[in-house]
Design a protein around this ligand. Structure first.
Ligand code: SF4
Length: 219
């Protein structure tokens, strides 16, 4: 008998490439700064189970693209999908990929869409702050100032959608976080344990693979 789990593992396996200091990603900037710092200083292979979770996210996004492109959904037009962008600063670069740019026909508005898969849509009462930060940065970088965060439940395709108003001052704060991260990385200084110290970020510590290091303030 074939072992299908092994086939999936082989199919989704990607060569691990350590991140380079000076090249940063929007998806990480809403996370705890110390955790992100560790991910550059102590790069680690992504566990196969986590790779599978990422793959489910890709599958969900492919499905959303199908819906947006469908002839049966003339209310919207998919203009672009999975498109890259770069923001260059004096001594570092921020780059990423935007999920989707759509046209909402009724209002003739171009809107950026960021898709997030989740396990239980009933727990999604409001958009998560780190997702909002990611989308704010995309709106700033692309110059499209309308954003939607779309949550899709993996088991039943139920969705919730949140309109995120563009906020330029928030985008500038996010860019400032990249500057701070870069400064701590190049100066080899450990940032504060941000998530431990902020009420609304404390939950991140439960899922943090650097917790042991962090508890010891290891550099
Ligand atoms: S344990 Fe918490 S504070 Fe420490 S690095 Fe992880 S997320 Fe940040």
């Amino acid at each position: 008998m074939i072992d299908f789990n092994k086939l999936i593992d082989k199919h989704i396996f990607r060569e691990h490439r350590a991140k380079k200091i000076g090249r940063y990603y929007p998806s990480e900037i809403g996370s705890c700064l110390r955790k992100t710092w560790y991910s550059y200083k102590y790069p680690r292979e992504v566990e196969p189970d986590l790779l599978k979770i990422f793959e489910v996210g890709n599958i969900m996004h492919d499905f959303v693209v199908e819906v947006l492109k469908s002839e049966r959904t003339p209310e919207v037009e998919l203009l672009k999908s999975e498109f890259p962008f770069k923001l260059s600063f004096k001594d570092f670069l921020v780059s990423g990929r935007v999920d989707d740019l759509i046209l909402i026909k009724e209002s003739s508005r171009n809107v950026l869409v960021e898709v997030k898969s989740c396990s239980n849509i009933s727990f999604v009462k409001k958009p998560q702050n780190h997702h909002v930060m990611q989308l704010q940065l995309y709106m700033h970088a692309i110059g499209v100032h309308n954003g939607l965060l779309l949550y899709v439940e993996k088991s039943n395709l139920q969705t919730k959608i949140f309109e995120i108003p563009h906020d330029e001052s928030r985008s500038l704060e996010i860019l400032e976080r990249f500057k701070v991260l870069h400064k701590f990385l190049t100066g080899n200084k450990l940032p504060d344990a941000e998530a431990k110290n902020k009420e609304d970020m404390k939950w991140m510590c439960k899922f943090c693979e650097c917790k042991e290091r962090c508890d010891k303030n290891e550099k």
